[in-house]
Design a protein around this ligand. Structure first.
Ligand code: PBG
Length: 308
């Protein structure tokens, strides 16, 4: 398998607790960790050759405005501090969004009595979240709310406070996909009403390339297409059009499909072999389309396979 571990980014989920490691039923092999145990996990990842992680926070308490995302010592910032102190060689990327922190499950601020996202207050809150991660030492912040001008707003807020070196990974072309289902179980973040109209409609290529272009102009250091497999036409076009680092998110539903397929077909070593073949092919396809980085829940398995 010609996969370079340096191009892989491994998503990790953190929640409060002590020595906690809860498996997520819809994502076999993926866990929620408490910060202490997360540190232990990242240490073993580093030994396996995985040095880039994407961190998601799961709050103890949700509210209407997503305060748990930016309050002092929020779960992500606390974890970033711990990681940076003990494992400085790890590239820490933090997801910046509101859907896990708000009671309504939408990715932005909704004013009382309204149904739509309020863009200005959303940009304010996203900037506060990003700043709290930057202060803790995050290498990259990754805004995933699909709020208009989110990269520009965050870049400006970071620069103003002196975090010029904190980089931005933009979730630039994020489609309203059915493949996010298992992820929404992790953080209980499915919208309670309405749809995520701010995510792109997958029935056409629509504005995907424009979204990528505007993220580049706004200052994104890396741009992203999400999900992966069904969207390689976009990846290819983006690769042709822009000379800019490009990431692809091989999302939760894509991972869960591979796991379920292999489980239904075989057991033991045979299942392992089957999974290895499928994962190798999927990642090769994403690479072939033009991705520089692949965010994938398969990363740890791949590293184990390559180390054996
Ligand atoms: C948050 C976010 C989502 C994912 C990454 N960041 C979910 C969503 O938009 O509902 C999905 C990742 C996955 O499915 O693995 N906005």
């Amino acid at each position: 398998m010609a996969i370079d571990l340096n191009s892989l980014i491994y998503p990790l989920f953190v929640k409060r607790g002590r020595w906690l490691r809860e498996e997520i039923s819809s994502l076999p092999g993926v866990y929620r960790f408490s910060p202490d145990r997360l540190l232990d996990e990242v240490l073993s990842l580093e030994r396996l050759g995985i040095t880039k992680i994407l961190l998601f926070g799961i709050p103890e308490k949700k509210d209407w405005h997503g305060k748990a995302g930016y309050k002092k010592d929020n779960i992500v910032s606390e974890s970033v501090r711990l990681l940076k102190k003990s494992l400085p060689g790890i590239t820490v990327i933090t997801d910046v969004c509101l859907c896990a922190y708000t009671l309504h499950g939408h990715c932005g601020i909704i004013k009382k009595g309204k149904k739509q996202i309020d863009v200005r207050s959303t940009l304010n809150v996203l900037s506060r979240i990003a700043l709290s991660h930057a202060e803790a030492g995050a290498d990259y912040v990754a805004p995933s709310a699909m709020a208009k001008d989110q990269v520009r707003a965050i870049r400006k807020a970071l620069d103003k406070k002196g975090f010029k070196k904190t980089r931005i990974l933009g979730y630039s072309a994020k489609f309203a996909s059915n493949f996010y289902g298992p992820f929404r179980d992790i953080a209980d973040s499915a919208p309670r009403f309405g749809k995520r109209t701010y995510q792109l409609d997958f029935t056409s290529r629509g504005n995907a390339l424009k979204e990528i272009e505007s993220d580049i102009k706004e200052g994104a250091d890396i741009v992203m297409v999400k999900p992966g497999l069904g969207y390689l036409d976009i990846v290819r076009e983006a690769r042709r059009k822009f000379r800019h680092p490009l990431a692809v998110y091989n999302v939760s539903g894509e991972y869960a499909m591979v796991k379920a397929y292999c489980k239904g077909q075989a057991a033991g070593d045979k299942r392992q072999g089957m999974e290895r073949g499928l994962v190798g092919e999927i990642l090769a396809s994403i690479k072939r389309a033009g991705a520089d980085y692949i965010i994938t829940y398969h990363a740890k398995d791949i590293a184990r396979w390559l180390n054996n």
